[in-house]
Structure formats: C-alpha cells, structure tokens
Design a protein around this ligand. Sequence first.
Ligand SMILES: N[C@@H](CCC(=O)N[C@@H](CS)C(=O)NCC(=O)O)C(=O)O
Length: 204
Amino acid sequence: MQNPIELYGALAGNCIRAAIALEEAGVPYTVKRIDLAACEQLGSHHRALNAFGKVPVLVEHRREGTFVLTQSNAIMFFAADRSGNGLLPADPVARARIYERFFYFLTDVIAVSHGAFRLEQMGARAQSTHLNGMAMAALAESERFLESTPFMAGDEFSLADISAFTIASAFREDLQWASHPALTRWFEAVSMRPAVINGLKAFA
Ligand SMILES: N[C@@H](CCC(=O)N[C@@H](CS)C(=O)NCC(=O)O)C(=O)O
C-alpha cells in the first residue's frame, strides 16, 4: 500500500524543514512536488488542500478520513510527536529548552530573513540588506548555544537543530565560519546525518 502520508512541497526552506523532520522521525511519506514557478500552488487542486496557496502541506489518509496539515512548523511538531525520540522529548524542562531555541531561530532568524526577502522583492534593497544583517547576526550569536552542548538545545538533536540548519544553509556563503568554530562543527555534524541528507534531497 502507498504511504498514508504525503508531503506537498517544493525546493524551499519551509518544505525542506518539514521533510527533514519527517525523515528524522522515521515517518514514511510520499513527496508530491508542486511547481511554484508555474504557480501550481495557486491552482484549485492545491487550494483545496491549502486555501492560502502555500507549501508545504501534509496529507494523511486515515481510516476515519483525510487529515490535512499546513504550516511547516506545525508539520515539524506533528513529525516530532510521531517520532518517540529526542526531536521533542517528554521531559518538560528539556522540552522547554527546545522551544526556546526553536523559536529563537524561527522568530529572530528565519522570520527576519523572510522579511528581508520580501523587501528585496519590493526593491527596498537597503532595508533588505539591513534586515538580512540582523538575521545573520542572530544566527552567528547561536554559537553560544553550542558552547557546552553538541546540539542547539542540548545533548540530543532536536527540532531546534532542524530550524537552525536550513537557515544556516541559506546563509552558508556569507557567514564568517572561521569566527564560529562551534557553529562550524555543528553544521558539519548535522550535514552528515542521513535523515538530513534525505530531507535535503526530498524536493531536489
Ligand atoms: N508560514 C508558512 C509559509 C509558507 C510559504 O510561504 N511557503 C512558500 C514556499 S517556502 C510558498 O508557498 N510560496 C509560494 C507562494 O507564495 O506563492 C509555513 O511555514 O509553511
């Protein structure tokens, strides 16, 4: 039988994060590619899944009906709940630390970088550069998370690392890696994880 879970998406950070989370969680899924350049996400077929016309979208075919989930971060938490592993442990303290770091990357790096991208599209180049600089500085600051632990929120790989990894990949060319030895070591280690490699390839 086909995988009950489908992940609709494209080669973009939000979709790759969702794919990496499913891979790390060991949740089998089928990739459904959406051609953003051809505006397939805005067509009626895709809008039936996500009225906002965005990817990623996760679809799970259940006996009791079809479950549709949008928002990359919601999909990551869905995957973590299925994983039964360290992506999001049950211990409230460990979990709180993961939330802290996960939302650091989401709100201080990814969202800021997204704002920069929108400004660039509007032709507001100076403002875009300023915002991108803020996002990059916040990413560089995450070096301190890695001073005493191998991963962003502790001794185990977690949702916080997935959040950090895709945006660090996007900034790979511009980050001063030599000044950030812990970030460099972390990035190399995460890049070699089989689930991360598979997630990166999901929409390639
Ligand atoms: N907050 C949403 C953002 C989704 C989003 O903006 N997706 C982009 C691709 S990364 C998209 O669908 N772009 C196509 C469009 O805006 O037409 C999430 O995290 O899933």
